[in-house]
Design a protein. Structure first.
Length: 407
């Protein structure tokens, strides 16, 4: 039981909110709006002239269609940032109390991240300093931003960064394993106008990225943690990739999604059902208190905190989820129905080969083929339903280690 005393609770903080100032319409938008009003006035005048019931019905229908069904033109708008109405220096809140203010602190940047001989930033009077801060962050004279960025790109492509603490480039973080490489990539990133696409392409075309994750015997002895990047790291698919891969294999993935993320009639996030969603994971809503089950099981990043590196766990709950999840079962059934329908005249051996090719992008080994064939025969003899047998096999392959990990 928690007891709250009145004297220990802060009072409400009242702050006036500025009214939203509507933006000016473009010439095209103004012309469209004027055309709508002109059409409505003409229909109003025509309706007033009608003397018969049929005439009023005809013109009235056009008027209703124009004013209600079509409605006033709605123009696209997006949220953005603008200078605050009271931009300026802010006073220190003594002991964290917003009602007890101390001296004002002039706006500046993070001193510890600036060179010792760097001049003080110049911020115009009345400005918030956002633009100046953005220019400093992206300045060629500030190597930290480019280094952190390319290190995170490297981390996502190779499983670990050149600096293994992507969120900490300070004295308590790890030193870079290849500092010269980090500086080269940062400089190249800067010279290519901060192009993520260019940097990703450059790294994906390297021999290292295209190499196997199976190390040589000498490499395992000398560098067991692969800090020297003698081979590719074995990486588990992230939650989004696992989900989208199942949908792609079953043929259900919708690559493009527009419109509202939340259904119009949904009032609270706990009513949202992720099971039947076939859009890409990037378009799914992320509720802080109600994540998709697959995301929770496979280490989706905490949406309440910024994270440059996700945890990668291997726990029994992941295997149990893949074997019992309604989402995985539905994808397995759809993929099996698609396979059996497309290969109706093929034998089981050919179907097994195609199932592995679609799911794991490789041929099954002789042992895997034999196990799959035996499983199908035993399942079909007990159940009698061919599609259910192939659904179970598909779900078993979805649950395999080879599906979850990149080798």
């Amino acid at each position: 039981t928690w007891t709250i005393q009145y004297g220990n609770v802060s009072n409400w903080l009242h702050k006036p909110l500025p009214l939203e100032t509507p933006r000016a319409l473009t010439d095209e938008e103004a012309a469209a709006l004027q055309k709508w009003h002109d059409t409505k006035e003409k229909l109003d005048a025509d309706f007033a002239k009608q003397t018969t019931a049929d005439g009023k019905k005809s013109v009235g229908g056009k008027l209703i269609n124009h004013t209600i069904k079509q409605g006033i033109p709605v123009f696209e708008k997006a949220m953005s940032v603008e200078e605050a109405y009271d931009a300026g220096d802010y006073a220190i809140a003594v002991r964290g109390d917003p009602h007890t203010l101390g001296e004002k602190v002039p706006r500046s940047f993070l001193r510890v991240a600036m060179p010792t001989d760097a001049p003080d930033p110049e911020i115009e009077k009345g400005a918030s300093g956002r633009r100046e801060l953005a220019e400093w962050i992206a300045s060629p004279d500030n190597p930290l931003t480019a280094r952190v960025t390319v290190n995170r790109i490297w981390h996502h492509l190779f499983g670990s960064g050149i600096v293994r603490t992507p969120d900490n480039f300070g004295t308590t973080g790890e030193l870079p394993s290849h500092p010269e490489l980090l500086d080269y990539l940062a400089r190249d990133f800067n010279e290519n106008d901060w192009s993520f696409k260019s940097t990703i392409r450059k790294l994906m075309l390297t021999d290292l990225y295209q190499s196997s994750s199976i190390p040589a015997e000498t490499a395992s002895e000398i560098d067991p943690e692969n800090r020297l990047f003698s081979h590719q790291n074995r990486r588990r698919l992230q939650a989004e990739a696992l989900r989208d891969s199942m949908l792609a294999i079953s043929g259900e993935l919708e690559p493009f999604e527009g419109g509202r993320t939340m259904p119009a009639k949904l009032s609270i996030e706990y009513d949202y059902d992720f099971t039947d969603d076939t859009m890409r994971a990037v378009y799914l809503p992320v509720f802080r208190n109600n994540l998709d089950d697959l995301f929770e099981v496979f280490d989706f990043a905490n949406p309440n905190l910024p994270a440059g590196k996700r945890n990668v766990s291997t726990i029994p709950g992941q295997a149990l989820f893949l074997m019992n999840s309604e989402f995985v079962e539905t994808r397995s059934r759809t993929a099996a129905e698609k396979l059996v329908g497309e290969m109706a005249e093929a034998d089981d051996e050919a179907r097994i080969y195609e199932l592995y090719r679609r799911t794991l992008s490789r041929e099954p080994t002789a042992e895997e083929s034999a196990l799959a064939y035996s499983f199908l025969r035993e399942f079909s003899s007990k159940d009698g339903d061919e599609t259910r047998a192939w659904t179970a096999l598909q779900q078993a392959v979805f649950s395999s280690v080879d599906f979850r990990y990149l080798n």
